[in-house]
Design a binder for this molecule. Structure first.
Ligand code: SF4
Length: 146
């Protein structure tokens, strides 16, 4: 009898979309399709901000000029970059070629992110983790596109 080898690639997903309470305010943003993928073992939930060493809950942060600052002005760029690199490592270890990431987030946003004014306005751009995954040939979509 020939053994079946599992070749199906996994999808890396924002942990908050999988229902994990890792957002800055201690909540999640559950997306049923992402939850199903995780339940079936087809997706791996990851929160780059927590992987960067940030606690939950934490102060809200947004991107400004390619860096990340909290509302009170603390520079968290290093933590966000550390988390993005950790997310990429997990994606590579699991041969992920696709990611479903939370829209608008300074880490996970894809195409549009909050503009750094903390007023709910958006600017063109990618989150720090989303950009790193894209630069490494991983296709990134948001929960709004699945
Ligand atoms: S960093 Fe990404 S996974 Fe973590 S809470 Fe923010 S959007 Fe969700």
């Amino acid at each position: 009898m020939t053994e079946t080898i599992e070749t199906k690639t996994k999808i890396i997903v924002s942990a908050c979309l999988a229902g994990i309470k890792c957002r800055f305010d201690g909540t999640s943003k559950p997306c049923q399709k992402v939850i199903e993928l995780v339940k079936k073992g087809e997706a791996i939930p990851v929160c780059p901000e927590e992987l960067g060493g940030l606690k939950t809950p934490r102060e809200e942060a947004e991107q400004r000029n390619g860096k990340v600052f909290t509302k009170s002005g603390k520079d968290l760029t290093k933590e966000f970059e550390t988390g993005a690199n950790a997310m990429l490592k997990i994606a590579k270890e699991n041969n992920c070629t696709k990611a479903i990431l939370k829209s608008k987030s300074p880490s996970c946003g894809c195409g549009k992110v909050f503009d750094g004014t903390f007023g709910g306005k958006l600017a063109k751009g990618d989150g720090i983790a989303a950009k790193l995954l894209k630069d490494n040939k991983i296709t990134v979509v948001t929960e709004d596109e699945i």
